[in-house]
Ligand binder design. Structure first.
Ligand code: ADP
Ligand code: MG
Length: 351
């Protein structure tokens, strides 16, 4: 399973690489490195900069990634594990500075998404088995009774309270899992760090989810969006300035049992994987918001995505429904270039 994920990621990164190369008219000085961190392949591209500065900046963001991987991993002995252990007890404890930005930002995004994006449901993720690297060890979905019993008092992000420099939890099932968010936070943090080095043109691409700044030579960056059902590129968009493109899909992590596919994006209302969507792509300034919104809108599905996108302040959405219909807002439709025009495109009201 891991290998399968890895090979798909590599293939897709190559596709994006090719797209960006076709986007330039004359050769530009280009730095490319790929590193496996935070459970995914991260490709860093920096263009048009002095070699020494580029190397220095790259090495600094490698340290950032290592730090974030070690502190934010949901099921390892680290700062997040300490917080998770204490939140369950209800005891008041000193704030963990390394985890605070994740908690504070995701509390706001969770609220805006009407709880569809909910990183407090780690227990439910664990019950499904999606906390493990190797999904081949999962033999089927959990018992319905167990899911229902967790749903009765399912934790919310606002079950975490703050008092001066302390914090405490008000739900004994609280378990933070930032699997749908940490990647976005890490991409934001490392792009900001590159900017501090004076770098103006770069992409940080974490397994197909990315933030791009500046341009690729004289042209905008061209970004490929993965086809949720076949290998290859479904569509592409041009990015210039500073924007993130994040996709959540049912093909990323899943297991199959009795012919049914169970994927890793769980609807907190039902306790089961969301059923109406194949993938959602968001374009937004910050990667963290784009990451949370992709997860939330995936769960919201074809009927509800527009409402949740408005509440989250998202301006560009493409949602591929489980029946293959492609839903977009008009502004997104203007930017998207399809590899093969889909048979059914549903344009929404403007966002
Ligand atoms: P990907 O990792 O494929 O980019 P997402 O960003 O949507 O996809 O993240 C999915 C991960 O988020 C899951 O593996 C799980 O750890 C976590 N997750 C699942 N359901 C939810 C949810 N409703 N709210 C927040 N996080 C979730
Ligand atoms: Mg996400």
């Amino acid at each position: 399973m891991m290998l399968h994920r890895l090979s798909r990621s590599i293939l897709f990164l190559l596709c994006i690489g090719m797209l960006s190369l076709t986007g330039c008219s004359k050769p530009v000085k280009e730095f490319h490195e790929t590193v496996f961190t935070m459970g995914t392949l991260v490709e860093v591209t920096i263009v048009g900069e002095d070699e020494a500065l580029t190397e220095q900046a790259y090495s600094a963001i490698l340290d950032d990634f290592n730090y974030m991987h070690n502190t934010w991993h949901p099921w390892q002995r680290n700062a997040l594990m300490r917080v998770n252990g204490l939140l369950k007890t209800g005891a008041t404890f000193s704030i963990a500075p390394s985890i605070m930005p994740l908690i504070k930002q995701s509390q706001i995004l969770s609220e805006q998404s009407q709880g569809l994006f909910n990183p407090a449901i780690g227990q439910l993720i664990k019950l499904w088995g999606f906390h493990q690297d190797n999904l081949e060890e999962i033999f089927g979905p959990p018992e319905d009774d167990e899911i229902k019993s967790l749903l009765k008092t399912l934790p919310k992000m606002n079950d975490i309270k703050f008092k001066n420099l302390s914090m405490f939890g008000t739900n004994e099932d609280l378990h933070l899992d930032f699997g749908g968010f940490a990647k976005g936070m890490a991409v934001d943090a490392t792009i900001e760090h590159l900017k501090e080095f004076g770098i103006q043109n770069a992409i940080i691409n974490a397994g197909g989810d990315l933030r791009a700044i500046g341009k690729h030579g004289e042209r905008p960056w061209r970004i490929g969006i993965r086809d949720p059902r076949n290998e290859g590129v479904f569509a592409s968009v041009e990015i210039s300035g500073d924007e993130s493109v994040f996709t959540s899909g049912d093909y990323e992590r899943f297991f199959t049992s009795d012919g049914t596919r169970y994927h890793h994006i769980i609807d907190p209302r039902t306790g089961y994987p969301a059923t109406q969507t194949r993938s959602v792509t968001i374009i937004h300034g910050e990667a963290a918001t784009a990451d949370a919104a992709a997860t939330a809108l995936f769960i919201a599905g074809p009927e509800q995505w527009h409402e949740i996108a408005q509440a989250m302040g998202i301006k560009y959405v493409m949602l591929i429904a489980s029946n293959g219909d492609v839903h977009m807002n008009p502004a997104m439709a203007k930017r998207i270039e399809f590899t093969n025009k889909p048979s059914s495109i549903k344009l929404s009201q403007p966002l």
